[in-house]
Design a protein around this ligand. Structure first.
Ligand code: NAD
Length: 260
């Protein structure tokens, strides 16, 4: 039983966890992977990028299970969970982090792009959550953390498929939180701009500087800041938190026009 007064309980509860991180080879996923490994958890990562997985060195290479897989492919996810069953005998925490962004105006959004973004960012979370929840309900405990985005909460031109996928993540989180309560906790982290390869691919350094200037915190977020929040949400200290959307954006979405 978790003892709120005992300061060691937070670390103890992470140490015993078996954790799956999707998209764990880069950016936010890699920071989350590091955080859990350093906390003593047993960590599995799955990623679609074979090259990124191959070049993983240092702390990331000490993840116990490192798999090549596509979250949007049901048979690939069956294999991943089969491996988790074999090696871990179950799963305590799933971080649904894998995601892609393909910016395009409405006119330029092909059906192929629309389907791909939704299938990775939203269908992937459904497929992973379904397989994780079956195991968590069976073992009578578990935590699912979905990486959403503030982009699922406000409109932003040229990111239709991405924004719609992230809005879907919010509803997936709330519905599963209720359906799986009280056994499995389901929460979403909604980051603002976090400096990762995804952002470095989409923006020039000048654009990133301009963005940082508009954010009340005057900087972009760091992947490690998302990792700390994920570790907290996975711990017993967060046992009363479920169905929550936690925005971590340096104040970006706090104001609106009224704040100028
Ligand atoms: P990233 O591109 O650095 O990392 C994403 C990882 O997911 C990569 O390793 C990639 O290979 C993997 N991936 C992509 N498609 C996959 C698939 N089908 N199956 C398995 N793995 C797959 O991006 P990031 O910035 O670290 O983003 C991580 C998550 O955070 C995403 O869901 C993204 O939408 C979300 N997010 C990022 C930001 C940001 O500013 N960086 C803001 C809000 C939300």
């Amino acid at each position: 039983m978790y003892d709120a007064v005992n300061q060691n309980s937070y670390k103890e509860s992470i140490r015993t966890q078996r954790v799956l991180i999707t998209g764990g080879a880069s950016g936010i996923g890699a920071a989350i992977t590091k955080k859990f490994i350093l906390s003593g958890a047993r960590v599995a990562i799955v990623d679609i990028d074979a090259r990124a997985i191959d070049t993983k060195a240092g702390i990331l290479s000490s993840a116990e299970i490192i798999l090549l897989g596509d979250v949007s492919d049901p048979s690939s996810m069956d294999e991943v969970f089969g491996e988790l069953d074999r090696c871990f005998g179950g799963i305590d925490v799933v971080i649904n982090n894998a995601g892609i962004s393909i910016p395009a105006s409405l006119a330029d959004t092909s059906l192929e792009v629309w389907n791909r973004v939704l299938s990775v960012n939203l269908t992937g979370m459904f497929l992973v959550s379904q397989r994780a929840a079956a195991r968590m309900l069976n073992q009578e405990d578990g935590v699912i953390i979905n990486i959403g985005s503030v982009s699922g909460m406000v409109g932003m031109p040229h990111y239709l498929s991405y924004n719609v996928s992230k809005a879907g993540v919010i509803e997936l989180t709330k519905t599963l939180a209720i359906e799986l309560s009280p056994t499995v906790r389901v929460n979403a982290i909604c980051p603002g701009y976090i400096l990762t390869p995804m952002q470095e691919k989409e923006y020039t350094q000048d654009e990133l500087n301009n963005l940082a200037n508009k954010i009340p915190a005057k900087r972009l977020g760091r992947p490690e800041e998302i990792a700390s929040l994920a570790a907290y949400l996975a711990s017993d200290s967060a046992r009363f938190i479920t169905g929550a959307l936690i925005v971590i954006d340096g104040g970006e979405t706090a104001g609106g026009l009224a704040s100028f």
